[in-house]
Design a protein around this ligand. Structure first.
Ligand code: THU
Length: 139
């Protein structure tokens, strides 16, 4: 599974986005340490504030399968299909990703793609969320 494949899986997941309010469709694909892929898409709600981001949905799926500790990489793609700006995880999703990173004992690679797929950034979660508060602070 290459980065291109992981982004393609995220793009496929975005097709299931429920985003009637923002019309900003996002897909996320997690690669687990054993190579399995877990996907998610954003899931909005009429009360707006209850909306779930694609990354959070994918992470909750991984956790529900017993794989919270096994998250290696995540790819995120979204916005308009011809959008040129990469989608980067929101602050809340960075914190949720940090839970998986600290519990799993590894940094997580975060690939951020524009909707048109032409611009792809590669980050480490530790760069996106420096000096993170997490489970290790409560140990
Ligand atoms: N969204 C995500 O799913 N992931 C991101 O990284 C950025 C934003 C969603 C939340 C909401 O449904 C819509 O995009 C607009 O903010």
């Amino acid at each position: 599974m290459t980065t291109t494949d992981l982004i393609a899986a995220a793009r496929d997941a975005a097709a299931h986005a429920y985003a009637p309010y923002s019309r900003f469709r996002v897909g996320a694909a997690i690669r687990l340490t054993d190579g399995r892929i877990v996907t998610g898409c954003n899931f909005e709600n009429a009360s707006y504030g209850l909306s779930l981001c694609a990354e959070a949905v994918a992470l909750a799926k991984a956790n529900g399968d017993g794989d919270l500790l096994n998250v290696a990489e995540i790819a995120v793609i979204g916005g308009m299909p011809d959008g040129t700006a990469p989608v980067r995880p929101c602050g809340r999703c960075r914190q949720v990703l940090n839970e998986a990173a600290q519990r799993g004992g590894r940094d997580i690679v975060v690939h951020c793609s524009s909707g048109d797929g032409a611009t792809i950034e590669r980050h480490l979660l530790s760069d996106l969320l420096p000096l993170a508060f997490g489970p290790q602070d409560l140990a």
